[in-house]
Design a protein around this ligand. Structure first.
Ligand SMILES: O=C(CO)COP(=O)(O)O
Length: 141
């Protein structure tokens, strides 16, 4: 499974606690994150995460590109609903492409807990078929 972690600054402690609590569930998955979120998680766990750029510098868009190519199965994005973000358009675009592609995205820890328990239960197994039989990038021909 391919999973991305993103957390706004005031949600990073919550993200670290959550991923630490469910580290076993994420072990063996291909993990991605925005810059600082990934750094914080790797400092607290044994997980190896591919860190993209910091969210405000383009990291959200890089993760959005993976979603657009159906290369992500789950996103845990702990947003701060009480703090305006300078890169709000990037955040909106990322959530939009998740809806376009039908990718599960948790924007709070309650939803994240439900989705990670589904992951542990095997409810995401169908995504393995998507990766196996995914058509190549669409071309004009
Ligand atoms: O701002 C973010 C997502 O919108 C998070 O980015 P960082 O993980 O680099 O702090």
């Amino acid at each position: 499974m391919q999973i991305a972690f993103i957390a706004h600054d005031r949600k990073k402690d919550e993200m670290v606690n959550f991923v630490t609590a469910y580290e076993q569930a994420f072990t063996g998955c291909q993990l991605y994150s925005t810059g600082t979120t990934g750094q914080r998680i790797m400092e607290a766990t044994n997980l190896k995460i591919h860190r993209f750029m910091s969210g405000p510098l383009g990291g959200d868009q890089q993760i959005g590109a993976l979603v657009a190519e159906n290369e992500l199965d789950l996103i845990i994005f702990l947003r701060d609903p009480l703090m305006a973000q300078p890169h709000e358009p990037d955040i909106t675009a990322l959530l939009r492409i998740c809806d376009v592609q039908g990718i599960p995205v948790a924007t709070n820890v309650a939803t994240a807990e439900i989705l990670v328990k589904a992951l542990m239960r095997g409810d995401f197994a169908w995504r393995e078929l998507v990766h196996k039989y995914k058509p190549g990038l669409e071309t004009d021909e």
